[in-house]
Design a protein around this ligand. Structure first.
Ligand SMILES: [Zn+2]
Length: 359
């Protein structure tokens, strides 16, 4: 039997994809336990966009790479063993890739209902991660996230593992979409905070700036000892500040640039190389543009199982950037980045359809 689903926007389609995928996972699990009536009811809830009703002990086949991702996050902070939103200890294996926090399966449905512009939900067990995303996983820290997103919250307002779906959705919408508990008075200039975060590779400063609705429509002015001031994009600035993939892997990754893109900063339409970006940074940027423009699908989509393979060796950043200062200037143009992962999603959509057909 063939099913056709219609989406009126990319976000809408993304929600459909995720709902279908999750429904497929649920059905597989419930079939394995012989609970077909529950499977049907669950699928109906999913496809009607209703918040997920909790399930525990979901049975999935997971690879060792997936388990490594979960371990990586759990080792990043003791606070990551509990859901960021309801404090549950069950199935705390879902993350928001742009907000960098980890939550339980019940809260993951609420995050998904916020839309991908607010929270990009991924599964630590089911999804694959690029080298940049994998580095970002190491910065997940629920204590820190809550110090920002629950700063002004009265403790009694916090939900708990047994909260009902309605309370859960209301709380999570207020916390992340409406940002009711963020203290917007904490920093005088969120743009300076963001620039400083990139400069010092302080991911928490970057996350704080995003939480405070920083205007990313800006250029960074660089002054060097040997050249006149020049203005570069936020993305180019971030790409000039790569970091090491990990203590063990001597490889540079562009995680702060990835975080910018995840939080809506445009990749633009062409690579600008004013500060001597290395070849790998240029290639990273070009791949993002290609995806945005619908080109280079074969090269830009990570192949499952190969996402963590690296070439070894470090690539030096040109010396001119090291002694330079920077300040922020708002610029007039802003490009939409909404289609950045369009083809990646097409690919994901097709693979999910295939998986569902095989169930
Ligand atoms: Zn939760």
């Amino acid at each position: 039997m063939e099913h056709y689903f219609q989406a009126i926007s990319e976000t809408d389609r993304d929600s459909w994809i995720q709902a279908l995928y999750d429904a497929g996972q649920d059905i597989r699990y419930r079939r394995s336990t012989g609970d077909s009536a529950a499977a049907k009811a669950h699928l109906t809830r999913r496809l009607n966009g209703l918040p997920d009703i909790g399930e525990t002990g979901r049975s999935r086949r997971v690879s060792s790479v997936s388990l490594n991702n979960l371990k990586l996050v759990q080792n990043a902070s003791p606070s990551n063993l509990r859901c960021c939103d309801c404090n549950s200890e069950d199935s705390v294996e879902w993350i928001s890739m742009n907000l960098l926090l980890v939550f339980c399966v019940k809260c993951s449905s609420c995050h998904r209902s916020l839309g991908t512009t607010v929270s990009k939900v991924k599964s630590l067990k089911l999804d694959s991660f690029s080298a940049e995303s994998r580095k970002l996983l190491t910065f997940i820290n629920n204590d820190f996230a809550n110090s920002v997103y629950e700063d002004l919250m009265l403790p009694e307002l916090k939900i708990n593992p047994d909260s009902n779906d309605e309370d859960r959705l209301r709380f999570i919408t207020g916390k992340y979409a409406l940002k009711k508990y963020v203290n917007f008075e904490k920093f005088r200039s969120t743009q300076s905070l963001l620039i400083h975060g990139i400069k010092r590779h302080n991911i928490q400063e970057m996350l704080t700036a995003f939480a405070m609705n920083v205007d990313t429509n800006m250029q960074v002015s660089r002054t060097t000892l040997n050249s006149s001031p020049l203005e570069i994009s936020l993305l180019e600035y971030a790409l000039s500040k790569p970091s090491k993939a990990s203590e063990e892997i001597d490889q540079l990754v562009y995680d702060s640039a990835e975080l910018l893109l995840l939080n809506g900063v445009s990749c633009g339409t062409k690579v600008e190389n004013n500060v001597g970006l290395d070849a790998k940074a240029v290639s990273f940027w070009q791949a993002k543009i290609d995806r945005f423009q619908g080109k280079g699908l074969q090269n830009s989509i990570p192949t499952p199982g190969l996402t963590h393979s690296y070439t070894t060796g470090t690539i030096p950043i040109r010396a001119s950037g090291r002694n330079s200062g920077s300040f922020v200037k708002t610029s007039g143009s802003r490009l939409s980045n909404s289609g950045n992962l369009r083809l990646s999603r097409d690919h994901k959509f097709n693979s999910i359809l295939k998986k569902i057909k095989n169930q």
